[in-house]
Design a binder for this molecule. Structure first.
Ligand code: HEC
Length: 239
């Protein structure tokens, strides 16, 4: 009698545990195939909010040396050379303007110093734009004045961001996470639909990023990092 009461209690506990574990398992069949979509969409939604991420460099526009999305098959890319070679052929490589945001701005700026692997949780968002030629004297009257850092000069022409070319995201998870590149999740978000168009171990991204110096990240050129750090120091000291 005594024993059977205990077994009833035990059976109850086990039943509850089984139910609880059932509840914890996502029932949607799509979920296991798209393990990173929710996180990527969350990043896409909030990367501009202060609490979630920081602009790496106060919204200064940069040129992407080439289309992140379209690797040229068979070509060996070296980051240093990419900038130079791409700078000559704006049309063929469809260069883009981009702004960078990072979860941990300081860590992104310190890449390379000590060369530690990037810790899980860091993400970098490259917000890219198709460039549009901009002539200061001919700017339409209605156009709001553009901040100097949101236009960029190349040769003799000025450009400003035009249509969105989407988001390129890299998110670091634990190194042993399945379907990642040693922990890195690559993701793209369509500018038209706002949906995730690629996520996880994306071979086309890896083709270049496995060659990047700082644990899959290229980082910014040294002189840019210095300029940004000086700017941060100055603004900190300002009353
Ligand atoms: C053809 C080479 C190439 C391919 C392919 C490529 N990237 Fe990049 N990516 C670069 C280079 C070079 C940089 C460094 C800076 C730049 O673009 O100016 C970079 C920078 C980035 C950054 C900023 C973080 C950093 O410092 O590295 C992100 C995020 C990013 N790429 C995402 C992606 C994603 C997502 C894909 C795949 C859809 C991809 N890239 C494919 C070359 C490439």
């Amino acid at each position: 009698m005594h024993l059977s009461r205990w077994s009833l209690v035990l059976a109850g506990i086990c039943g509850f545990a089984a139910l609880a574990s059932l509840n914890a398992t996502p029932l949607s069949p799509a979920a296991p195939e798209k393990p990173f979509h929710a996180k990527l969409l969350e990043i896409a939604k909030h990367y501009k909010s202060d609490k979630f991420a920081s602009p790496v460099d106060q919204h200064v526009a940069h040129w992407a040396p080439l289309l992140c999305r379209l690797p040229e098959a068979g070509k060996d890319y070296l980051p240093g050379k990419v900038r130079e070679s791409a700078s000559d052929d704006l049309d063929t490589h469809g260069q883009k303007l981009y702004f960078l945001y990072a979860k941990d701005q300081a860590a992104y700026l310190d890449l390379g110093e000590g060369a530690k692997p990037v810790p899980a949780g860091q993400f970098v968002v490259k917000e890219s734009w198709h460039p549009v030629e901009w002539t200061p004297m001919k700017a339409p009257e209605k156009e709001a004045p553009l901040a100097p850092e949101s236009v960029i000069r190349k040769d003799r022409t000025w450009y400003k961001p035009g249509k969105s070319a989407g988001l390129y995201i890299m998110l670091k998870t634990e190194a042993n996470t399945p379907n990642t590149d040693e922990g890195w999740v690559y993701g793209t978000i369509s500018p038209l639909t706002g949906k995730v168009t690629a996520a996880g171990r994306v071979e086309s991204c890896m083709e270049c990023h496995v060659k990047a110096k700082h644990d899959r990240l290229f980082g910014l050129p040294k002189e840019d990092v210095q300029r940004i750090k000086t700017f941060i120091e100055k603004t900190k000291k300002a009353p």
